[in-house]
Design a protein around this ligand. Structure first.
Ligand SMILES: *Cc1c(COP(=O)(O)O)cnc(C)c1O
Length: 419
């Protein structure tokens, strides 16, 4: 069988919590001023209590509310696809599967947590959310989710993207969200994710009816993404396939990676592989230390692999992978040797993306293409050894709003040294 998906009843009804499966205790976030562990009261101006509870929960499973499931059902379960045409082109004995998260309304996995976050805020009586967005993937996902729960949304979008990449801004506005370029007080400043976070948080704390929402890095975000791995595990089993030898995902802040890999953490023989750009090599070149989540140094200190909160990665097409840190949960699994990491330069990534497009048909997001590069290399290694390896990777999003990047690649305008 080359393609299948599960009946709608197979959508998971609980999220998988990886915290009880860690081999060393998770270090708490620290207050930036006192360096004491942050408590619920410190976070209450920003997040609803339900999410603050999920941040520290040690329950092995956390029920998905029915209202959230009803919305996830619009596109879940997502297809698990066997990439037989890619396998054939590679001449590999490996079996390659991908989990297609690009079928969500906003075109990426980010919608999975956006819906859950909007729900818990609505339930706590919040009327309005603020957030930041770089190229706009997170802003579009949250705008869709807010439309479902009748919440107002204000998105602070990095000014260069706001001006140069209008399509996601238009999508956010079409779902009903408001978008402003950031930094708001300096129209000549191109902006950065760090300054957009500062704008969104400042707006949030100035109003009682408003909370702030983050699309990656935090424990509750990765928790909400575990529907990806749970479905994939069951879909492989239903197809009569064994457990994968390796599970692969691109890593920016770590949310889609955590989502597909965490349900496989208890399976000791399954390798877990994070893929990042060489231009922002957080897991492969960074150090494990407490660091700020933003450039300005105002957020709590998180225990994570980091390149330093003032690290400015060069502009690459995989905007979603340009973050100086990584989720503490992912960082800890890498530090403890349970997860591996690899970095690729941009040219090699696009080469893989185009090979995928010309065999499997779908045009992947540049972020997603990092996982495709690694999956292809795993399959080519299996060809050398003749091993019938089973490879699973996350197709985190489509590339239809990133076609300018493909234009650069197709016309030789992608400098390899850019990473
Ligand atoms: C945002 C994004 C990523 C990276 O974010 P993570 O939190 O690391 O998952 C990867 N792929 C796509 C398509 C994205 O939009």
């Amino acid at each position: 069988m080359s393609r299948w998906s599960l009946p709608p009843s197979a959508i998971p009804t609980a999220w998988f919590n990886v915290i009880p499966h860690l081999t060393s205790p998770l270090q708490p976030p620290l207050h930036p001023g006192t360096r004491e562990p942050v408590g619920p009261d410190d976070l209450a101006p920003l997040f609803p209590m339900a999410l603050i509870g999920q941040e520290v929960s040690t329950d092995p499973w956390i029920d998905i509310p029915g209202e959230v499931l009803d919305i996830l059902r619009l596109w879940r379960p997502t297809p698990l696809v066997r990439a037989t045409r890619l396998e054939k082109a590679l001449g590999t004995p490996a079996r390659i599967y991908f989990k297609d998260e690009s079928v969500s309304p906003s075109g990426s996995h980010k919608t999975n947590t956006a819906v859950a976050q909007a729900f818990y805020n609505k339930q706590e009586g919040i009327a309005r959310l603020t957030t930041e967005t770089g190229a706009g993937q997170w802003g579009t996902a949250l705008s869709f989710a807010c439309s479902q729960f009748d919440l107002d949304l204000k998105v602070y979008m990095v000014r260069t993207s706001y001006e140069q990449k209008p399509y996601r801004r238009i999508a956010i506005e079409t779902w009903g969200g408001e978008v402003v370029p950031s930094p708001v007080d300096d129209p000549n400043n191109p902006g950065s994710l760090g300054s957009a976070i500062s704008d969104a948080v400042r707006d949030c704390v100035s109003r009682d009816d408003t909370h702030y929402s983050l699309g990656s890095v935090l424990n509750h975000v990765l928790l909400h993404q575990t529907v990806i791995g749970l479905e994939a595990k069951e879909q492989l089993e239903q197809a009569g396939e064994r457990l994968p030898d390796v599970v692969i995902a691109p890593c920016g802040g770590g949310s889609n990676l955590g989502g597909i890999t965490f349900p496989f953490v208890p399976e000791k023989d399954v390798r877990l592989l994070a893929v990042e750009p060489v231009s922002c090599p957080t897991l492969t070149q960074g150090t494990f230390d407490y660091d700020f989540g933003d450039v300005a140094g105002t957020t709590p200190l998180l225990p994570m692999y980091t390149l330093g909160h003032d690290f400015m990665p060069p502009s690459i097409h995989a905007g979603g992978l340009r973050y100086h840190g990584d989720a503490p949960l992912v960082s800890q699994l890498v530090r403890d040797g349970r997860m591996e990491a690899v970095a690729y330069p941009q040219g090699k990534v696009f080469e893989a993306a185009v090979q995928f497009t010309r065999t499997e048909g779908k045009i992947p997001a540049p972020e997603t293409s990092h996982a495709i590069r690694a999956a292809i290399d795993e399959a080519l290694a299996a060809k050398e050894t003749g091993e019938e390896k089973v490879i699973l990777f996350n197709f985190s999003g489509h590339g239809f709003l990133d076609l300018a990047a493909y234009d650069d690649y197709n016309n030789g305008r992608l400098p390899e040294e850019q990473g």
